[in-house]
Design a protein around this ligand. Sequence first.
Ligand SMILES: NC(=O)c1ccc[n+]([C@@H]2O[C@H](COP(=O)([O-])OP(=O)(O)OC[C@H]3O[C@@H](n4cnc5c(N)ncnc54)[C@H](O)[C@@H]3O)[C@@H](O)[C@H]2O)c1
Length: 463
Amino acid sequence: MKVRVEVDGLVDRIRTKDVIAGVVGLGYVGLPLACELAAAGYRVLGFDISEETVSGVNRGESHIRDVPSSTLASVLGPEGLEATSDMSRLVECDTISICVPTPLGKTRDPDVSYVAAAASAVAQVLRPGQLIVLESTTYPGTTRDLVLPILEESGLEVGRDFFLCFSPERVDPGNPTWTTKNTPKVIGGITPSCLEAGEALYGEVIERVVPVSSTEAAELTKLLENTFRSINIALVNEMAQVADRLGVDVWEVIDAAATKPFGFMKFVPGPGIGGHCIPLDPHYLVWKMKMLDYKTRMVELATEINAEMPRFVVNKIQDGLNRHRRSVAESRILILGVAYKRDIDDVRESPALDVIRLLAERGAEIRYHDPYVPVLEEDGIRRESVPLTDEELSAADCVVITTDHSTVDYERVVRLAPLVVDTRNATRGIEGGDIVGLGGNGTEEREGRREEGLPTALMTAGG
Ligand SMILES: NC(=O)c1ccc[n+]([C@@H]2O[C@H](COP(=O)([O-])OP(=O)(O)OC[C@H]3O[C@@H](n4cnc5c(N)ncnc54)[C@H](O)[C@@H]3O)[C@@H](O)[C@H]2O)c1
Protein backbone atom coordinates (compact mmCIF):
# COMPACT_ATOMS: atom_id res chain seq x y z
CA MET A 1 0.00 0.00 0.00
CA LYS A 2 2.93 2.28 0.76
CA VAL A 3 3.94 2.20 -2.92
CA ARG A 4 0.56 3.51 -4.01
CA VAL A 5 0.59 6.20 -1.36
CA GLU A 6 4.02 7.42 -2.50
CA VAL A 7 3.29 7.37 -6.21
CA ASP A 8 -0.28 8.68 -5.89
CA GLY A 9 0.95 11.50 -3.67
CA LEU A 10 3.67 12.44 -6.14
CA VAL A 11 1.38 12.18 -9.17
CA ASP A 12 -1.23 14.38 -7.47
CA ARG A 13 1.37 16.97 -6.59
CA ILE A 14 2.81 16.88 -10.11
CA ARG A 15 -0.68 17.52 -11.53
CA THR A 16 -1.32 20.45 -9.19
CA LYS A 17 2.17 21.84 -9.90
CA ASP A 18 2.97 21.47 -6.23
CA VAL A 19 6.46 20.09 -6.89
CA ILE A 20 9.88 21.53 -7.55
CA ALA A 21 11.33 20.17 -10.78
CA GLY A 22 15.09 19.80 -11.05
CA VAL A 23 17.07 19.65 -14.29
CA VAL A 24 20.72 18.57 -14.10
CA GLY A 25 22.82 19.90 -17.00
CA LEU A 26 21.69 23.11 -18.68
CA GLY A 27 22.91 22.50 -22.22
CA TYR A 28 21.17 21.96 -25.56
CA VAL A 29 18.80 19.47 -23.94
CA GLY A 30 18.49 20.62 -20.33
CA LEU A 31 17.91 24.34 -20.83
CA PRO A 32 14.93 23.97 -23.22
CA LEU A 33 13.43 21.35 -20.89
CA ALA A 34 13.92 23.57 -17.83
CA CYS A 35 12.21 26.45 -19.66
CA GLU A 36 9.28 24.23 -20.72
CA LEU A 37 8.82 23.00 -17.15
CA ALA A 38 8.84 26.57 -15.88
CA ALA A 39 6.47 27.71 -18.64
CA ALA A 40 4.09 24.90 -17.63
CA GLY A 41 3.91 26.41 -14.16
CA TYR A 42 6.54 24.50 -12.21
CA ARG A 43 9.13 25.94 -9.94
CA VAL A 44 12.36 24.71 -11.54
CA LEU A 45 15.88 24.41 -10.20
CA GLY A 46 18.44 24.07 -12.98
CA PHE A 47 21.79 22.57 -11.98
CA ASP A 48 25.07 22.89 -13.81
CA ILE A 49 28.71 22.42 -12.82
CA SER A 50 29.66 25.38 -14.99
CA GLU A 51 29.50 28.61 -12.98
CA GLU A 52 29.52 30.56 -16.23
CA THR A 53 26.41 28.72 -17.44
CA VAL A 54 24.64 29.16 -14.10
CA SER A 55 25.31 32.89 -13.84
CA GLY A 56 24.42 33.42 -17.51
CA VAL A 57 21.09 31.64 -17.08
CA ASN A 58 20.31 33.61 -13.91
CA ARG A 59 21.04 36.85 -15.78
CA GLY A 60 18.59 35.76 -18.48
CA GLU A 61 21.33 35.36 -21.07
CA SER A 62 20.77 32.18 -23.03
CA HIS A 63 23.77 30.27 -24.40
CA ILE A 64 21.50 27.98 -26.44
CA ARG A 65 20.29 29.39 -29.77
CA ASP A 66 16.96 27.54 -29.62
CA VAL A 67 16.13 29.29 -26.35
CA PRO A 68 15.93 33.03 -27.02
CA SER A 69 17.09 35.14 -24.07
CA SER A 70 13.63 36.73 -24.02
CA THR A 71 12.05 33.28 -23.46
CA LEU A 72 14.56 32.49 -20.74
CA ALA A 73 14.02 35.85 -19.03
CA SER A 74 10.25 35.31 -19.11
CA VAL A 75 10.49 32.13 -17.01
CA LEU A 76 13.17 33.24 -14.53
CA GLY A 77 12.29 34.07 -10.97
CA PRO A 78 11.40 32.64 -7.56
CA GLU A 79 8.25 30.97 -8.92
CA GLY A 80 9.88 29.89 -12.16
CA LEU A 81 13.42 28.91 -13.13
CA GLU A 82 16.49 29.45 -11.03
CA ALA A 83 19.96 28.06 -11.85
CA THR A 84 22.49 26.85 -9.32
CA SER A 85 25.76 24.94 -9.10
CA ASP A 86 25.00 23.86 -5.54
CA MET A 87 24.18 20.18 -6.01
CA SER A 88 23.06 19.81 -2.38
CA ARG A 89 19.95 21.73 -3.43
CA LEU A 90 18.85 18.61 -5.33
CA VAL A 91 17.20 17.68 -2.04
CA GLU A 92 14.64 20.44 -2.69
CA CYS A 93 13.55 18.81 -5.94
CA ASP A 94 10.69 16.33 -6.21
CA THR A 95 11.55 15.43 -9.78
CA ILE A 96 15.05 15.40 -11.28
CA SER A 97 15.74 15.13 -15.00
CA ILE A 98 19.38 14.32 -15.80
CA CYS A 99 20.58 15.85 -19.09
CA VAL A 100 24.37 15.60 -18.87
CA PRO A 101 26.73 14.76 -21.75
CA THR A 102 27.49 11.21 -22.85
CA PRO A 103 30.62 11.57 -24.98
CA LEU A 104 33.07 8.92 -26.14
CA GLY A 105 36.37 8.29 -24.41
CA LYS A 106 39.75 8.32 -26.18
CA THR A 107 39.25 4.70 -27.27
CA ARG A 108 35.78 5.55 -28.68
CA ASP A 109 34.09 3.68 -25.83
CA PRO A 110 31.12 5.25 -23.99
CA ASP A 111 32.08 7.77 -21.33
CA VAL A 112 29.27 7.61 -18.81
CA SER A 113 31.26 9.39 -16.11
CA TYR A 114 29.00 12.48 -16.32
CA VAL A 115 25.93 10.33 -15.81
CA ALA A 116 27.60 8.55 -12.87
CA ALA A 117 28.63 11.89 -11.34
CA ALA A 118 25.12 13.29 -11.67
CA ALA A 119 23.60 10.11 -10.21
CA SER A 120 26.04 10.26 -7.29
CA ALA A 121 25.07 13.86 -6.61
CA VAL A 122 21.42 12.80 -6.55
CA ALA A 123 22.21 9.78 -4.32
CA GLN A 124 23.77 12.07 -1.71
CA VAL A 125 20.42 13.74 -1.10
CA LEU A 126 17.92 11.10 -2.24
CA ARG A 127 14.78 11.08 -0.13
CA PRO A 128 11.44 9.25 -0.33
CA GLY A 129 9.01 10.52 -2.96
CA GLN A 130 11.54 11.69 -5.56
CA LEU A 131 11.33 10.90 -9.28
CA ILE A 132 14.61 10.65 -11.21
CA VAL A 133 14.59 10.57 -15.02
CA LEU A 134 17.72 10.00 -17.07
CA GLU A 135 17.54 11.76 -20.45
CA SER A 136 21.11 11.42 -21.70
CA THR A 137 21.52 9.16 -24.72
CA THR A 138 23.27 5.97 -23.64
CA TYR A 139 23.56 2.20 -24.09
CA PRO A 140 20.67 -0.07 -23.09
CA GLY A 141 21.02 -1.03 -19.46
CA THR A 142 22.56 2.22 -18.19
CA THR A 143 19.56 3.23 -16.10
CA ARG A 144 19.18 -0.17 -14.43
CA ASP A 145 22.83 -1.25 -14.23
CA LEU A 146 24.63 2.04 -13.59
CA VAL A 147 22.23 4.64 -12.21
CA LEU A 148 20.01 2.42 -10.07
CA PRO A 149 22.82 0.86 -7.98
CA ILE A 150 24.23 4.34 -7.28
CA LEU A 151 20.82 5.57 -6.10
CA GLU A 152 20.22 2.42 -4.06
CA GLU A 153 23.38 3.09 -2.07
CA SER A 154 21.10 5.49 -0.18
CA GLY A 155 19.28 2.47 1.26
CA LEU A 156 16.05 3.54 -0.44
CA GLU A 157 14.15 1.18 -2.70
CA VAL A 158 13.15 1.90 -6.26
CA GLY A 159 9.43 1.75 -7.06
CA ARG A 160 8.64 2.05 -3.39
CA ASP A 161 10.62 4.98 -1.97
CA PHE A 162 11.79 6.66 -5.15
CA PHE A 163 11.02 6.34 -8.85
CA LEU A 164 13.43 5.95 -11.76
CA CYS A 165 12.80 6.28 -15.50
CA PHE A 166 14.64 6.71 -18.76
CA SER A 167 13.23 9.16 -21.28
CA PRO A 168 15.40 9.99 -24.29
CA GLU A 169 15.63 13.56 -25.44
CA ARG A 170 14.83 14.13 -29.12
CA VAL A 171 15.68 17.80 -29.44
CA ASP A 172 16.70 18.81 -32.96
CA PRO A 173 18.68 22.05 -32.65
CA GLY A 174 17.62 24.70 -35.15
CA ASN A 175 14.35 22.96 -36.04
CA PRO A 176 11.62 25.61 -35.87
CA THR A 177 8.77 23.09 -36.22
CA TRP A 178 9.62 20.33 -33.75
CA THR A 179 10.49 21.57 -30.30
CA THR A 180 10.80 20.01 -26.85
CA LYS A 181 7.10 20.65 -26.29
CA ASN A 182 5.55 19.17 -29.43
CA THR A 183 7.94 16.29 -30.07
CA PRO A 184 6.45 13.07 -28.65
CA LYS A 185 8.48 11.77 -25.72
CA VAL A 186 9.19 8.09 -25.10
CA ILE A 187 9.53 6.96 -21.49
CA GLY A 188 10.19 3.69 -19.69
CA GLY A 189 10.28 3.03 -15.94
CA ILE A 190 12.12 0.53 -13.77
CA THR A 191 8.73 -0.42 -12.22
CA PRO A 192 5.13 0.39 -13.22
CA SER A 193 4.91 3.02 -10.48
CA CYS A 194 8.13 4.63 -11.78
CA LEU A 195 6.55 4.88 -15.23
CA GLU A 196 3.34 6.30 -13.76
CA ALA A 197 5.25 9.09 -12.04
CA GLY A 198 7.37 9.82 -15.12
CA GLU A 199 4.36 9.90 -17.44
CA ALA A 200 2.61 12.27 -15.06
CA LEU A 201 5.49 14.76 -15.12
CA TYR A 202 6.11 14.80 -18.86
CA GLY A 203 2.39 14.63 -19.60
CA GLU A 204 2.05 18.08 -18.02
CA VAL A 205 4.75 19.56 -20.23
CA ILE A 206 4.94 17.64 -23.49
CA GLU A 207 2.05 17.22 -25.90
CA ARG A 208 2.37 13.46 -26.30
CA VAL A 209 4.08 10.96 -24.03
CA VAL A 210 4.77 7.45 -25.36
CA PRO A 211 5.17 4.88 -22.57
CA VAL A 212 7.23 1.73 -23.19
CA SER A 213 7.57 -1.32 -20.98
CA SER A 214 11.10 -0.84 -19.64
CA THR A 215 14.00 1.56 -19.36
CA GLU A 216 15.95 -0.69 -21.76
CA ALA A 217 13.20 -0.36 -24.39
CA ALA A 218 13.34 3.44 -24.04
CA GLU A 219 17.15 3.44 -24.25
CA LEU A 220 17.14 1.22 -27.35
CA THR A 221 14.41 3.33 -28.99
CA LYS A 222 16.75 6.32 -28.96
CA LEU A 223 19.61 4.28 -30.39
CA LEU A 224 17.35 2.84 -33.10
CA GLU A 225 16.32 6.37 -34.11
CA ASN A 226 19.88 7.60 -34.33
CA THR A 227 21.41 4.52 -35.97
CA PHE A 228 18.54 4.70 -38.49
CA ARG A 229 19.76 8.19 -39.38
CA SER A 230 23.40 7.16 -39.43
CA ILE A 231 22.71 4.22 -41.77
CA ASN A 232 20.51 6.21 -44.13
CA ILE A 233 23.01 9.07 -44.28
CA ALA A 234 25.74 6.49 -45.03
CA LEU A 235 23.59 5.10 -47.84
CA VAL A 236 23.21 8.49 -49.54
CA ASN A 237 26.88 9.28 -48.92
CA GLU A 238 27.74 6.06 -50.70
CA MET A 239 25.23 6.92 -53.42
CA ALA A 240 26.98 10.31 -53.84
CA GLN A 241 30.21 8.46 -54.60
CA VAL A 242 28.39 6.08 -56.94
CA ALA A 243 26.74 8.99 -58.76
CA ASP A 244 30.03 10.85 -58.88
CA ARG A 245 31.66 8.00 -60.77
CA LEU A 246 28.66 7.68 -63.08
CA GLY A 247 28.48 11.42 -63.74
CA VAL A 248 24.90 11.48 -62.51
CA ASP A 249 23.61 14.24 -60.24
CA VAL A 250 22.93 12.52 -56.91
CA TRP A 251 20.73 15.39 -55.70
CA GLU A 252 18.51 15.10 -58.74
CA VAL A 253 18.24 11.34 -58.16
CA ILE A 254 17.35 11.79 -54.49
CA ASP A 255 14.72 14.40 -55.29
CA ALA A 256 13.25 12.14 -57.95
CA ALA A 257 13.20 9.15 -55.57
CA ALA A 258 11.56 11.31 -52.92
CA THR A 259 8.51 11.76 -55.15
CA LYS A 260 7.60 8.16 -54.29
CA PRO A 261 4.77 8.62 -51.81
CA PHE A 262 5.58 5.49 -49.81
CA GLY A 263 8.58 3.39 -48.84
CA PHE A 264 11.21 6.09 -49.30
CA MET A 265 12.47 8.70 -46.89
CA LYS A 266 14.69 11.52 -48.07
CA PHE A 267 18.22 11.83 -46.70
CA VAL A 268 20.95 13.97 -48.24
CA PRO A 269 24.69 13.44 -48.55
CA GLY A 270 27.26 15.76 -47.04
CA PRO A 271 30.86 16.08 -45.91
CA GLY A 272 30.29 13.65 -43.01
CA ILE A 273 28.20 13.60 -39.88
CA GLY A 274 28.35 15.86 -36.87
CA GLY A 275 26.75 16.89 -33.62
CA HIS A 276 26.57 15.25 -30.24
CA CYS A 277 24.29 12.40 -31.40
CA ILE A 278 24.66 10.71 -34.79
CA PRO A 279 28.46 10.31 -34.76
CA LEU A 280 28.48 9.08 -31.15
CA ASP A 281 25.35 7.11 -30.41
CA PRO A 282 26.04 4.15 -32.73
CA HIS A 283 29.25 3.56 -30.75
CA TYR A 284 27.17 3.14 -27.60
CA LEU A 285 25.22 0.35 -29.26
CA VAL A 286 28.28 -1.26 -30.86
CA TRP A 287 30.09 -1.26 -27.51
CA LYS A 288 27.18 -2.80 -25.64
CA MET A 289 26.64 -5.49 -28.27
CA LYS A 290 30.33 -6.39 -28.24
CA MET A 291 29.88 -7.17 -24.55
CA LEU A 292 27.06 -9.49 -25.58
CA ASP A 293 29.23 -11.08 -28.27
CA TYR A 294 27.31 -9.67 -31.23
CA LYS A 295 28.83 -7.64 -34.03
CA THR A 296 26.51 -4.88 -35.26
CA ARG A 297 27.83 -5.03 -38.82
CA MET A 298 25.45 -2.65 -40.52
CA VAL A 299 25.83 0.00 -37.83
CA GLU A 300 29.61 -0.21 -37.97
CA LEU A 301 29.77 -0.09 -41.76
CA ALA A 302 27.60 3.04 -41.78
CA THR A 303 29.90 4.71 -39.26
CA GLU A 304 32.87 3.81 -41.43
CA ILE A 305 31.35 5.19 -44.65
CA ASN A 306 30.32 8.43 -42.95
CA ALA A 307 33.76 8.84 -41.36
CA GLU A 308 35.41 8.58 -44.80
CA MET A 309 33.45 11.50 -46.27
CA PRO A 310 35.83 14.32 -45.19
CA ARG A 311 38.60 12.53 -47.09
CA PHE A 312 36.36 12.30 -50.17
CA VAL A 313 35.78 16.05 -49.90
CA VAL A 314 39.50 16.75 -49.61
CA ASN A 315 40.13 14.64 -52.72
CA LYS A 316 37.57 16.77 -54.53
CA ILE A 317 39.36 19.94 -53.38
CA GLN A 318 42.68 18.48 -54.51
CA ASP A 319 41.29 17.57 -57.94
CA GLY A 320 39.73 21.01 -58.35
CA LEU A 321 42.95 22.79 -57.43
CA ASN A 322 44.91 20.52 -59.79
CA ARG A 323 42.84 21.77 -62.69
CA HIS A 324 43.92 25.27 -61.68
CA ARG A 325 47.52 24.04 -61.61
CA ARG A 326 47.79 24.54 -57.88
CA SER A 327 48.69 22.26 -55.01
CA VAL A 328 46.84 22.19 -51.70
CA ALA A 329 50.08 23.19 -49.96
CA GLU A 330 50.29 26.52 -51.78
CA SER A 331 46.58 27.29 -51.66
CA ARG A 332 44.50 29.63 -49.58
CA ILE A 333 41.28 27.82 -48.77
CA LEU A 334 38.18 29.45 -47.34
CA ILE A 335 35.93 27.08 -45.41
CA LEU A 336 32.34 28.26 -45.53
CA GLY A 337 30.47 27.01 -42.45
CA VAL A 338 32.00 25.06 -39.58
CA ALA A 339 28.84 24.25 -37.57
CA TYR A 340 27.77 20.65 -38.12
CA LYS A 341 24.55 21.69 -39.83
CA ARG A 342 22.71 24.66 -41.26
CA ASP A 343 21.80 27.69 -39.13
CA ILE A 344 23.13 26.43 -35.82
CA ASP A 345 26.25 27.27 -33.80
CA ASP A 346 27.24 23.77 -32.63
CA VAL A 347 30.63 22.56 -33.91
CA ARG A 348 30.78 19.32 -31.92
CA GLU A 349 32.06 16.50 -34.15
CA SER A 350 31.48 18.75 -37.16
CA PRO A 351 32.87 17.20 -40.36
CA ALA A 352 34.15 20.67 -41.32
CA LEU A 353 36.73 20.25 -38.55
CA ASP A 354 37.98 17.03 -40.18
CA VAL A 355 38.17 18.76 -43.56
CA ILE A 356 40.16 21.60 -41.96
CA ARG A 357 42.48 19.14 -40.21
CA LEU A 358 43.16 17.17 -43.41
CA LEU A 359 43.83 20.34 -45.40
CA ALA A 360 46.06 21.78 -42.68
CA GLU A 361 48.06 18.52 -42.66
CA ARG A 362 48.62 19.05 -46.38
CA GLY A 363 49.94 22.55 -45.75
CA ALA A 364 47.02 24.69 -46.93
CA GLU A 365 46.43 28.17 -45.56
CA ILE A 366 42.99 27.86 -43.96
CA ARG A 367 40.53 30.62 -43.22
CA TYR A 368 36.89 30.20 -42.34
CA HIS A 369 33.63 32.08 -42.29
CA ASP A 370 30.69 31.07 -40.13
CA PRO A 371 28.11 33.65 -39.03
CA TYR A 372 27.28 31.52 -35.97
CA VAL A 373 30.79 30.54 -34.86
CA PRO A 374 32.97 33.63 -34.33
CA VAL A 375 35.90 31.69 -32.85
CA LEU A 376 37.06 28.14 -33.44
CA GLU A 377 39.58 26.41 -31.22
CA GLU A 378 40.66 23.00 -32.50
CA ASP A 379 43.85 20.98 -32.21
CA GLY A 380 45.38 23.80 -30.15
CA ILE A 381 44.82 26.31 -32.96
CA ARG A 382 42.60 29.35 -32.52
CA ARG A 383 40.93 30.72 -35.62
CA GLU A 384 38.52 33.60 -36.02
CA SER A 385 35.70 33.76 -38.54
CA VAL A 386 36.64 36.21 -41.32
CA PRO A 387 34.00 38.55 -42.79
CA LEU A 388 32.67 37.28 -46.11
CA THR A 389 33.88 40.23 -48.18
CA ASP A 390 34.33 40.27 -51.96
CA GLU A 391 38.10 40.45 -51.37
CA GLU A 392 38.04 37.38 -49.12
CA LEU A 393 36.16 35.37 -51.72
CA SER A 394 38.32 36.33 -54.65
CA ALA A 395 41.60 35.97 -52.73
CA ALA A 396 40.83 32.32 -51.93
CA ASP A 397 42.11 29.66 -54.32
CA CYS A 398 39.17 27.53 -53.30
CA VAL A 399 35.99 28.09 -51.27
CA VAL A 400 34.59 24.96 -49.66
CA ILE A 401 30.93 25.01 -48.68
CA THR A 402 30.94 22.65 -45.70
CA THR A 403 27.76 24.00 -44.08
CA ASP A 404 24.96 25.63 -46.08
CA HIS A 405 23.91 28.40 -43.69
CA SER A 406 20.90 30.17 -45.14
CA THR A 407 22.30 33.67 -44.55
CA VAL A 408 25.06 33.29 -47.16
CA ASP A 409 24.62 34.64 -50.70
CA TYR A 410 25.86 31.65 -52.72
CA GLU A 411 25.39 33.42 -56.03
CA ARG A 412 28.03 35.96 -54.90
CA VAL A 413 30.29 33.14 -53.70
CA VAL A 414 30.15 31.43 -57.10
CA ARG A 415 30.66 34.71 -58.96
CA LEU A 416 33.76 35.76 -57.01
CA ALA A 417 35.54 32.57 -55.98
CA PRO A 418 37.86 31.03 -58.59
CA LEU A 419 36.82 27.52 -57.45
CA VAL A 420 33.95 26.32 -55.25
CA VAL A 421 33.70 22.85 -53.74
CA ASP A 422 30.09 22.49 -52.71
CA THR A 423 29.40 19.58 -50.35
CA ARG A 424 25.77 20.58 -49.66
CA ASN A 425 24.38 21.48 -53.05
CA ALA A 426 23.97 25.05 -51.82
CA THR A 427 24.83 26.31 -55.32
CA ARG A 428 22.06 24.38 -57.05
CA GLY A 429 20.70 26.32 -60.00
CA ILE A 430 23.47 28.95 -59.95
CA GLU A 431 25.02 29.38 -63.38
CA GLY A 432 28.65 30.19 -64.16
CA GLY A 433 31.67 29.79 -61.93
CA ASP A 434 33.74 26.70 -61.37
CA ILE A 435 31.82 24.42 -59.03
CA VAL A 436 32.84 20.98 -57.87
CA GLY A 437 29.95 19.02 -56.39
CA LEU A 438 29.95 16.03 -54.10
CA GLY A 439 27.95 13.68 -56.27
CA GLY A 440 28.23 14.41 -59.97
CA ASN A 441 26.57 17.80 -59.72
CA GLY A 442 29.27 20.43 -60.29
CA THR A 443 30.20 22.24 -63.48
CA GLU A 444 33.56 20.47 -63.34
CA GLU A 445 31.81 17.10 -63.40
CA ARG A 446 29.69 18.17 -66.36
CA GLU A 447 32.68 19.38 -68.35
CA GLY A 448 34.80 16.38 -67.38
CA ARG A 449 32.18 13.87 -68.47
CA ARG A 450 31.68 15.71 -71.71
CA GLU A 451 35.38 15.45 -72.47
CA GLU A 452 35.31 11.76 -71.70
CA GLY A 453 32.52 11.45 -74.26
CA LEU A 454 29.90 9.95 -71.99
CA PRO A 455 26.41 9.61 -73.42
CA THR A 456 24.35 12.80 -73.49
CA ALA A 457 21.82 11.39 -71.08
CA LEU A 458 24.50 11.13 -68.42
CA MET A 459 25.95 14.51 -69.27
CA THR A 460 22.73 16.42 -68.90
CA ALA A 461 21.93 14.58 -65.70
CA GLY A 462 24.69 16.53 -63.99
CA GLY A 463 23.71 19.74 -62.21
N1 LIG B 1 22.37 18.22 -28.45
C1 LIG B 1 21.44 17.45 -29.00
O1 LIG B 1 20.98 17.74 -30.10
C2 LIG B 1 20.91 16.21 -28.30
C3 LIG B 1 19.72 15.64 -28.79
C4 LIG B 1 19.20 14.52 -28.17
C5 LIG B 1 19.88 13.97 -27.10
N2 LIG B 1 21.04 14.51 -26.65
C6 LIG B 1 21.69 13.89 -25.50
O2 LIG B 1 21.43 14.66 -24.33
C7 LIG B 1 22.56 14.65 -23.46
C8 LIG B 1 23.00 16.07 -23.18
O3 LIG B 1 23.43 16.66 -24.39
P1 LIG B 1 23.58 18.22 -24.58
O4 LIG B 1 23.76 18.43 -26.04
O5 LIG B 1 22.50 18.95 -23.87
O6 LIG B 1 24.98 18.48 -23.81
P2 LIG B 1 25.60 19.89 -23.41
O7 LIG B 1 27.06 19.68 -23.35
O8 LIG B 1 25.04 20.97 -24.27
O9 LIG B 1 25.04 20.15 -21.94
C9 LIG B 1 25.35 19.37 -20.86
C10 LIG B 1 25.48 20.27 -19.63
O10 LIG B 1 25.67 19.42 -18.50
C11 LIG B 1 26.58 20.06 -17.61
N3 LIG B 1 27.12 19.02 -16.72
C12 LIG B 1 28.05 18.07 -16.98
N4 LIG B 1 28.21 17.29 -15.90
C13 LIG B 1 27.35 17.73 -14.96
C14 LIG B 1 27.06 17.31 -13.63
N5 LIG B 1 27.67 16.25 -13.08
N6 LIG B 1 26.15 18.02 -12.94
C15 LIG B 1 25.52 19.08 -13.50
N7 LIG B 1 25.76 19.51 -14.75
C16 LIG B 1 26.66 18.84 -15.47
C17 LIG B 1 27.58 20.71 -18.54
O11 LIG B 1 28.28 21.75 -17.90
C18 LIG B 1 26.67 21.21 -19.67
O12 LIG B 1 26.21 22.53 -19.45
C19 LIG B 1 23.60 13.79 -24.16
O13 LIG B 1 23.50 12.47 -23.70
C20 LIG B 1 23.20 13.84 -25.60
O14 LIG B 1 23.63 12.69 -26.31
C21 LIG B 1 21.56 15.66 -27.22
